[in-house]
Design a protein around this ligand. Sequence first.
Ligand code: PMT
Length: 220
Amino acid sequence: TGLLTGKHLLITAGPTQENIDPVRYITNHSSGKMGFALAEAAAEAGARVTLVTGPVFLPTPDRVQRIDVVSARDMLAACEAAMPCDILIAAAAVADYRPEVVAPHKLKKDPTTGDGLLLQMVRNPDILATLASRADRPFCVGFAAETENLLEYATRKLRDKNLDLIVANDVANPSIGFNSEDNAVSVIDRQQHETRFGQASKGHIARALVAFIADRYKES
Ligand code: PMT
């Protein structure tokens, strides 16, 4: 404890929800457990913590300021409002695309189009890349949830989003990814050096990650 005293940490968690119409949305399987565990560990380490989260069913950790959002665009706005911060940890599973238009009324089945429905989607902003390109850029830690080519794709995201560290999470394994109790990750730095954290509870992994991140932040 005390490792992060006086530092402001901004942490994103959970899924985002992208509305299709007033009753339907697109989302993913993130439960928020990893991001909430990180927020708890960072608060235990003495940091002031802002936790921006999509819709999840979790209690707020002690001494953490929680901001609830729904969509990726809401999440970006909440993060921008919470800036500046010293360290950003992006554990949220943000929807890459959203429906181009949100229908004002519940969509009805259309007898003229047969059995199909075409939904036009557009790109969402990248929250992590946006914050990493600001003049007051924090120390940036991303996550990479992948089902194949884990280290290659994670390294590419580290470079493309201009991050300091990326936490590679193999979500093909159901015991260590979305909505699981445990996790196992590899952290990759800009020199492509890999540090492994073997399977343990998300609370355990979070405390180890926060200690590692605090260390690297101080060296930076
Ligand atoms: O919530 P849990 O059930 O505990 O599950 C944890 C987790 C699997 C969600 C978590 O460990 C994890 O891997 N989170 C990142 C999931 C993800 O969607 O990664 P990505 O590869 O799509 O995105 C890469 C990075 O960019 C992430 O840090 C993400 O937060 C960020 N991003 C992505 C898209 C976007 N529009 N904005 C972003 O900020």
